[in-house]
Design a protein around this ligand. Structure first.
Ligand SMILES: CC(C)(COP(=O)(O)OP(=O)(O)OC[C@H]1O[C@@H](n2cnc3c(N)ncnc32)[C@H](O)[C@@H]1OP(=O)(O)O)[C@@H](O)C(=O)NCCC(=O)NCCS
Length: 236
């Protein structure tokens, strides 16, 4: 029997891999990272329509960068799955510190999958994300109900699939199916590089409110860039 602690993830009967199906785009799923994803990440993160809007990945994005990254995020996903396995017989659903599924894949009619991108809810760490919260950094969630942790989002999608509502659906699905119920996400503060209208709109469509724009906030591959900061609280 599938582990009830995976709820609401489904399990691929052929591979045993858990996945989360998007609420509107039913042929798109979120899965754990796979080490075999490296060759698919590389062209996306070398595409100007993607990397121009991301602050952390190096450019040019090389095979060793992809391998390093997958060797960071796959063990993190595995650890959450192991935690959920250990809690298999618990009566209540365990709250965990991350999502085991994050890679966006399109499922073809023949069952093969195309790598489309990545979406991840993490604890916020940028100073402008933590501003006003009394926190300098957040190593692990505090889980204080009177002072919710501040979470943020990182995401990108293959340009071939931009503008079809996929990231809005992916974020809505991940936040409401896993982030809120299984990670205890109550508050988010997110950052986009200045001028990233698509990303700002994805957040606005989830009910995020614009907080501020900060000029010259961040060094991106040797150039100072501005950022837009948006915020959200559950139930407001
Ligand atoms: C930003 C990004 C994730 C948006 O994903 P997407 O699936 O194309 O977005 P959606 O189709 O869900 O569009 C959401 C809204 O943004 C609007 N939008 C999308 N791209 C836009 C653009 N370039 N300019 C203006 N509006 C845009 C859409 O029209 C839609 O609004 P609407 O429903 O009111 O019409 C995607 O373009 C991307 O991966 N960009 C490169 C990496 C990146 O910017 N990541 C985010 C870092 S903060």
């Amino acid at each position: 029997m599938d582990n009830p602690q995976l709820h609401p993830l489904e399990v691929n009967p052929k591979t045993g891999e858990p996945f989360l199906r998007l609420l509107s785009h039913k042929n798109i799923i979120l899965t754990p990272p796979r080490l075999s994803d490296a060759p698919f990440l590389i062209p996306l993160l070398n595409d100007e329509r993607v990397y121009h809007w991301l602050s952390s990945p190096p450019y040019p994005y090389l095979p060793e960068h992809a391998d390093w990254w997958l060797n960071q995020i796959k063990p993190a996903s595995d650890r959450i799955l192991a935690e959920l396995e250990d809690a298999r017989n618990d009566a209540t659903l365990k709250i965990v510190d991350g999502s085991p599924v994050r890679i966006i894949r399109e499922v073809q009619e023949d069952g093969t999958e195309i790598f489309l991108g990545d979406i991840c809810i993490n604890l916020a760490e940028q100073p402008w994300e933590l501003e006003g919260s009394g926190r300098d950094s957040q190593g692990t969630p505090r889980r204080d109900p009177s002072d919710p942790d501040i979470w943020t989002l990182g995401d990108y999608l293959a340009p071939s699939h931009h503008g079809r509502g996929i990231m809005s659906d992916a974020f809505n699905t991940l936040l409401h199916q896993w982030g809120i119920p299984r990670m205890g996400v109550q508050r988010m503060v997110v950052t986009t590089l200045e001028g990233n209208k698509g990303s700002v709109r994805v957040f606005e469509k989830q009910g995020f409110k614009f907080r501020k724009t900060i000029e010259d906030a961040i060094d991106v591959r040797g150039t100072k860039r501005g950022v837009h900061v948006l915020e959200w609280s559950h139930g407001t």
